[in-house]
Design a protein around this ligand. Structure first.
Ligand code: UT7
Length: 327
């Protein structure tokens, strides 16, 4: 039988500090009711202190290694999906490898905004399927608080910090990552981006003064694209794999907005009790949302459960992954 990449362990890390809607009411012109009704978010976790995304990623990997009773030396490859790397270079994956002592691994970062984790999962699975590697760690982690303007009510209510990680190992029983459909359309970049700090517009006094190092989002436009495309791609992967709603045990959607999640579930014909939602506790952790959901629900998953992972984000980037759970 074909070699597939099974998810054999899942870890996550959420920092201790919490930013509630009530806290935000004191910072910007907003209300708990508005945030809850328009997004479903109640609170988010914030990584305080001189720490970067590497800290979130390293802790998520450490929790995963503990579960499988593995040493960091066992890891062959670390892929870190993030939009908030510690630095422009080197890659956060390199920093993380050093932090946890993964001396035998190489690694790289992958940037696909909110779809980072499903892009990285699909990429990591290839290294297992080819037989090249036996243990690939795929991380999704973001310290969104590092690029949020806490005076901008359009964005500061949405995002939080956190990360999750999965271990991929070869499987010969048809379990693991079975299919994916990924898309990108750079024409969407004007609606969700960071204006400065890259090679096109390096940091300057002016860019700092103009607040161009923060997330810029035209929420309504992104919402429209997200609602349509996330549902379309999730339905498409079901059809491609002859899966009806009853065949799917869990929908694991990117947590950007409860209304987007609900409408994706409805379009797929999946009842709410099979749709994983934890946005109320963490907000949108960008690359972190899907692996954090997997971590929180892992004890409910049964061997052979069909999971559909789906996301939409900046780029635009979007896609869906079909995973058969188990190891
Ligand atoms: O994960 C990456 C992809 N990102 C997404 O998927 C996010 C997609 N977008 C969204 O989730 C939603 O568009 C938001 C949550 C960002 C905004 O919700 P919305 O229902 O689209 O609100 P809106 O931007 O259309 O604003 C409606 C009204 C406006 O007032 P007027 O013009 O009607 O008077 C805003 O000024 O709500 C106002 N508003 C707020 N009011 C209270 C905007 N933000 C806030 C706020 N508190 N925080």
């Amino acid at each position: 039988m074909k070699t597939t990449a099974a998810i054999t362990a899942v870890g996550a890390y959420l920092p201790d500090d919490i930013l509630t809607n009530q806290d935000l009411e004191k910072m910007v012109d907003t209300t708990n009711d508005w945030i809850l009704e328009r997004t479903g978010i109640q609170e988010r976790h914030i990584l305080k202190g001189p720490y970067g995304t590497s800290t979130l990623a390293a802790r998520a990997i450490q929790s995963l290694l503990q579960q499988r009773n593995l040493s960091p030396l066992d890891i062959d490859l670390i892929i870190v999906a993030t939009t908030t790397p510690d630095m422009m270079f080197p890659a956060t994956a390199n920093v993380v490898g050093d932090m946890i002592g993964a001396k035998n691994a190489w690694g790289f970062d992958l940037q696909a905004a909110c779809s980072g984790f499903i892009y990285a999962l699909s990429t990591g699975a290839q290294f297992i399927e080819t037989g090249r590697y036996k243990k690939v760690v795929v991380v999704g982690a973001d310290k969104m608080s590092s690029i949020i303007d806490y005076e901008d009510r359009n964005t500061c209510i949405i995002f939080g910090d956190g990360g999750g990680a999965v271990l991929l190992e070869p499987n010969y029983e048809g379990l693991g990552v079975l299919d994916f459909i990924l898309h990108s359309d750079g024409a969407g970049r004007e609606f969700l981006h960071m204006k400065a700090g890259g090679s096109m517009k390096p940091a300057s006094l002016e860019t700092v003064r103009n607040k161009e190092h923060y997330v810029y989002q035209e929420g309504k436009t992104v919402f429209k694209f997200a609602v349509t495309n996330m549902a379309d791609v999730a339905v498409k992967i079901m059809e491609k794999n002859n899966l009806g709603p009853d065949d799917i045990a869990w929908l694991v959607p990117h947590q950007a907005n409860k209304r987007i999640i609900d409408s994706t579930g409805q379009r797929m014909g999946i009842p709410p009790e099979k749709v994983i939602v934890n946005i109320q506790k963490y907000g949108n952790t960008t690359s972190g949302t899907i692996p954090i959901c997997l971590f929180e629900w892992k004890d409910k998953f049964k061997k052979g459960d069909n999971l559909i992972l789906a996301s939409f984000g900046g780029g635009f980037t979007w896609g869906a992954v079909y995973v058969k759970w188990g190891c």
